[in-house]
Every structure is written in C-alpha cells, then in structure tokens.
Design a protein around this ligand. Sequence first.
Ligand SMILES: [Zn+2]
Length: 426
Amino acid sequence: MTTYVIKDVAILGGAESDIKIADGVIAAIGSGLTGDVVVNGKGCVALPGLVDLHTHLREPGREDAETVLSGSQAAAMGGFTSVHAMANTNPVADTAGVVEQVWRLGQQVNLVDVRPVGAVTVGLEGTALAELGAMAESAAAVRVFSDDGKCVHDSVMMRRALEYVKAFDGVVAQHAQEPRLTEGAQMNEGVISGKLGLTGWPAVAEEAIIARDVLLAEHVGSRLHVCHLSTAGSVDIIRWAKARGINVTAEVTPHHLYFTDDVVETYNPVFKVNPPLRTRADVEAVRAGLADGTIDIVATDHAPHPAEDKDCEWAAAAFGMTGLESALAIVNDTMVKPGLLTWAQVADRMSIAPAHIGRVLDQGQPLEVGSPAHIVVFNPNIDIEVDPTRTVSASRNTPYAGYVLPGKVVATFYRGRPTVLDGALA
Ligand SMILES: [Zn+2]
C-alpha cells in the first residue's frame, strides 16, 4: 500500500513536523520521515479533515445544480472529509429509503463521508412528523434532522420532533425563519432595503424562532442546533441559553462572517441568500460569537443553483450561494488573520465540534498517531483570485467571483488516501 509523508507542516499552526500516513491512519509524526509520496507542507498548516454540518448536494432531483459526485469533489477541494447532505431534495429525504439512497451514493463516490440529514416533517410541509426513527435505524444512521430551507414553525411539531430524537441521541437543526414576518422578503430589513425598495427580512423573524426553540429544548430536555445564525440578537439569545445550561449549538456560515448587506446595492443576485446578509454590527457580533464559542461551528450552507435560477433579476432569483471550496480561505480572512481564532480553534469550529454535533464517529479526531488519516493541508499565505469558471462544484454561484481570498487547500486526505494533491483533485 502506498505511504504518504507530509513534510514540514505546522500541525494546528504549531511547530513544523512531518506526518506519515499508512494503512488509512496517521502512522508517525516526527522529523525525517519517509514515504512513497511526499507532500511539501512548508508554510502550510495541517488540520483534521473539515466536517460540514450543512451542505446541499441536490441529488436526487436537481442533478443540474449538483450531484453527490460533484458536491463531494467540491468538498474535497475545500478540505472537507465529511458533509451532511440536507434533506430538501426531490424526493425529500423524509424516509429511510431516500436517506439510504443518498448514503449509498456517497459510499460509491467515496471522496468524503456523506451523512444524510433527515427531514423533520413529511415533504418539509410542517404538518406531519417524518419517520425519524426509521431514518435513524437505517443504514444511513441519521442523527441530524432538519427541514432546512423551511422553518419548523409550528410549536407543537417542533416540540414533538425534539422529544422524538432523544431516543437515538439525535438533534433537530432548525432553519429559524418566522414565515409570516418574512413573507415576500428579499433582503435584510434595514437602511439598504429601504433605499432599494426591496421587502425587508427583519432580524426578529430569526430571533423569535431561536428564542422559542431554546425554551422548547429546555422544556423537553433535548438537543437543538440552530442553522446559519445571522444576527447580533441571535448571538445574544444563544449566549443566554448556554449560560442557562440549555443543550443548544449554533452555526454561522462563511458568507455571514464576510459580507454585509451593502453588496445588495449591486442588485447582483449572487448575493441573494437565506437568511440574508446582514449589517456590519451583525457581522461583528457573529465573528465575536464564533471567537468566544457562543457559536460552536462554521457550516457552509453550500447551496448550488444552475445559471437559469440565479442569472435573472433579483426578485426572481433563487436564494443561496456555493461555499465548500472557499470556506477555509474565508475563515482565514475573517477570523484567523484578525487574531480572533487560532488554527487549533479553527480545527475545533470546522472539524471537531461539527463531528461531535452530528455524531460522526471517526471524523474530527486529533492529529495524532493512530487517528484515522482525515487531514487538510492548507497554505494560508497564497492569495487566489476566485474564478467561478474554475470551480469544481457543478454550479457557478460563488459570491466571491473576482475577489482575492487568502489561502489554498494544497492537499486533502480521506481515509488515508489523497482526494486532493497539489491543489487539484487527485
Ligand atoms: Zn437554511
């Protein structure tokens, strides 16, 4: 079997060392190590393979936007070794049959772990609980349940879901969006929406659901995860809930760490996303929340769309942007470079903690001898201009087109074999 050595790499940003990979595991860490294939890690950091709790792979149903194959390739290029595939496919992943289908496709592609998310309600319609137990007991062993794209807004339905998942240590991941307060909403409600004459999406529409849900999670004694938190008020509610001992975790996306709603003034629909891009004060608050651990993880909400759904006027365009391939560079830019996170903390927010929340057993492990060799080698010092025509995702709706981002994934190892080498698919 081929052995690999990553030479002179800063493990979690610390001292330079060599990492030897053999038989799917980290076989040795030290200096002067040799192997069949050598990866030059000089100037790079090594982190445990990234784990995304929030990816839209679009298969089955929208293979024109993404497939399990193209999405797994994009994930590998971004340094990920595990992704959770959201349930809003067609058919919806609301039965054991559909989640097993997605899980099997992931196994066949074999570039990352593909962990299906199960829908909370049948057809994402919010009226009847999906067969959560059957999905948990299926070959896909689902532990994360979400109607993402839609909010489980009915309080009784949310309470039942939280009660049900306790039986198998599952978690309900809520897309917090009060539907009545966001009818017809196109962007963040504020100064810019007033100026542009677009229907606003108030922060309270997110915060009201999060406040209700943390209280429900406390009442039921269950585990709640909040998807793509985007406002300063949401950070305050999570901070309060954690101080009270409520079992809640939360994620922020790279784009909510990076952009403010000012970019909507371009009317470029690539910036149309759910939840919407917010204000400078919100961006500062989510960065601070991620830094102090109030927000547990970064999750991409990678949402590929074909050109016909995105290259149209603002009001008609679909919500969502791609994110797998740029996530680590954005976290470098917004969190590491300003001194808000160390690389060891990035490993926590993008690998260890999401693996724990999703109960992904052999991901998010420490980089030490005997651990499964899921590793990303990232050079934080190369500036790359994003060219959407060169993305690996089947869709081109990256919001960073033409932006220069700091950092490049040099290599990704999944189960001891390279999925990316020299910055290209292996
Ligand atoms: Zn969502």
